[in-house]
Design a protein around this ligand. Sequence first.
Ligand code: NDP
Length: 264
Amino acid sequence: MDLGLSDKVAVVTGGSSGIGLAAARIFLEEGAGVAICGRSGDRLAAAERSLAGPHGADRVLSAACDVLDPAQVADFRDRVAERFGRADILVANAGQARRGGIEDLGDDEWRAELDLKFFSVLHPARAFLPLLESAAPSAIVCTNALLARRPEPWLAATSAARAGVLNLAKTMSRDFAPKGIRVNSILIGLVDSGQWNRRFEQGEAGGKSKEEWFAELAAERGIPLGRLGEADEAARVMVFLASPAASYLTGETIEIAGGQGHHV
Ligand code: NDP
């Protein structure tokens, strides 16, 4: 199936690692130009090399940008406009989880988590809206988590914020539909990515091999498919939702969780 992505431009926040980087690679394989952002310059430079090597430097833009700072997001948008002259797709993917239960997290930690989850979507969406509107039909994909529907006590703030962002994505889909911009979400369960590699390197596996640790996590969390997902498995769905092949889908969510969601 042709996804219809050749000559489109995809912007991926948090595109320097994990699921975002996998999506950037697939967009390039499908013929799109790609702009990625993240905060760490080293991580961005390595990602840009890995993307530009096989696909050509002219099709890849990387920019240091903290999505929580609207001025940095506006600069990123300006660089995308200058380099490519358009943006057809925005993937709001940047982020991370915050561990902690109701009794562990202080008000500042709650506010920081709510800020991250809401403004990592709102800042890029607002900044790129004029470009997306002029490229319409265009698309936004929000990376969200199964936690939005299935909260976990040890991720209390992240779960609550995720539910709010799922609601926000629905509002955006209704608000932006008349502008020709579709908005959809993916809900991720557990996917092997940069953040899980870092947790392994920090010793969270307690001496087990990564394979043993992941198998244990999959059993503990009751994942019916019996394993964590791969970054590409999430990225492929993300790219499909962003593509013209999904032209009649908006306000939808797809779970990429190996069957972990229990609701019908
Ligand atoms: P990674 O840590 O591999 O990638 C996260 C990316 O986001 C990096 O490029 C990181 O770069 C970037 N990032 C984080 N904070 C910011 C910020 N404030 N501004 C700009 N960029 C930022 O993790 P994943 O690929 O797993 O995560 C992708 C998304 O999926 C995240 O939103 C995550 O919360 C979500 N998710 C992942 C799950 C999983 O199991 N993997 C489960 C549920 C949700 P840098 O740090 O350099 O800024």
